[in-house]
Write a protein that binds this ligand. Structure first.
Ligand code: FE2
Length: 350
């Protein structure tokens, strides 16, 4: 039996932007023509949101938060380095990047070979916190053999997962690319082969909203948009099967979930201005306690109502950890109201 390490983290796109841009998504929602006048008035926003925004649209809070996230990424990297995995299997969302109108698989194992990626070349602005040139190339190692092994055994176990040997539309989705960049904050190099495991987290809005913010005028029409995401319980089954398969493999494997929790721009009931912090806290309480029944009972309606679409990546991880009989050795909930989404880091030691 191979050893398995479990880690949950975030791919926090804000970390790749300037502090003064961390409230850009909130400003975009405020500029939506369908935003009611009363919701533009900060007096109607939750007190912790106003406190975090301060009088500089959150710039000072962002600077402090950045250091907190950096510390957690250092810790996650140290856990990986101590474990020395042969490969990482990472669950991440595809936000209308590699998968769009021509195919949206509920789950897909990206059994790629090594990739040379240029993260700054395809973004709106090449500006980045490391001051790297726009054409900077990173080699991300793949593990086609392990990807094929995983896809084959999932299918044999009754999980009809898709697989691919090369990207369709996009080199590497942000959920994977950001995480690799952030786990190598010190730019020592990141040499662990990666098997990207794509989860259709954006479901009913992936094509309709291009994986981003749905115009508020469409907010009551969500059920008529695209077909939904796989349900949370199914994600846990996929995670559990993955854990069993990789535990029986010849490799030491780190299983990782890469995403933040409820997102403000996915939480229509809050007019896309702040995330559902309370719902995240409840779900996090169950994670901390190892109360997997609460996770199994979660529904797609709850996910969509609370803007927790991306947490489906974590449902895969928790299914895996439940299958291995694990509870978190360390976990932390990092609350934020102004910066899109609360963040959780969790470690399940081997
Ligand atoms: Fe994402």
């Amino acid at each position: 039996m191979a050893e398995i390490l479990g880690i949950g983290c975030t791919h926090r796109p804000l970390m790749l932007r300037r502090n003064e841009d961390w409230t850009g998504m909130m400003k975009a929602s405020l500029d939506d023509p369908a935003m009611p006048e009363e919701m533009k008035n900060p007096a109607n926003w939750p007190a912790p949101l106003r406190a975090e925004l301060g009088n500089d649209w959150g710039t000072a809070s962002a600077a402090r938060a950045r250091e907190v996230y950096r510390r957690h990424f250092v810790e996650a990297r140290a856990a990986l380095d101590a474990f020395k995995p042969d490969l990482i299997v990472m669950w991440g969302d595809d936000q209308y990047e590699n998968f769009k109108e021509d195919i949206v698989p509920p789950f897909a194992v990206l059994a790629y070979d090594d990739q040379d990626i240029q993260p700054w070349a395809h973004r709106r602005s090449p500006q980045n916190p490391w001051n790297e040139p726009a054409d900077k190339v990173f080699r991300v190692r793949g593990h086609r053999e392990a990807g094929k092994y995983l896809a084959a055994h999932l299918i044999e176990a009754g999980i009809d997962v898709g697989y691919a040997y090369k990207p369709l539309h996009h080199q590497m989705g942000h959920a994977f690319e950001n995480t690799v960049l952030l786990l190598d904050d010190e730019r020592r190099g990141f040499d662990y082969p990666l098997v990207q495991f794509s989860v259709n987290c954006y479901g009913r809005r992936v094509n309709a909203a291009h994986g981003l913010r749905l115009p508020l005028a469409m907010k009551d029409d969500i059920r008529n948009l695209d077909p939904p995401s796989p349900n949370p319980h199914r994600c846990m089954q996929v995670g559990a099967a993955t854990a069993r398969i990789m535990a029986a493999s010849p490799w030491r494997v780190a299983l990782m979930a890469s995403s933040s929790w409820s997102h403000s721009f996915l939480t229509e009931k809050n007019w896309q201005l702040w995330p559902d912090v309370e719902a995240d806290r409840r779900l996090y309480g169950a994670l901390e306690a190892g109360d997997y029944a609460q996770w199994h009972n979660y529904t797609t309606d709850q996910i969509e109502d609370c803007g927790q679409h991306e947490v489906l990546n974590w449902f895969c991880l928790l299914g895996a950890m439940e299958a291995l009989g694990r509870k978190p050795d360390k976990a932390e909930f990092i609350e934020t109201w102004a910066f899109v989404s609360p963040v959780v880091f969790a470690h399940y030691h081997a």
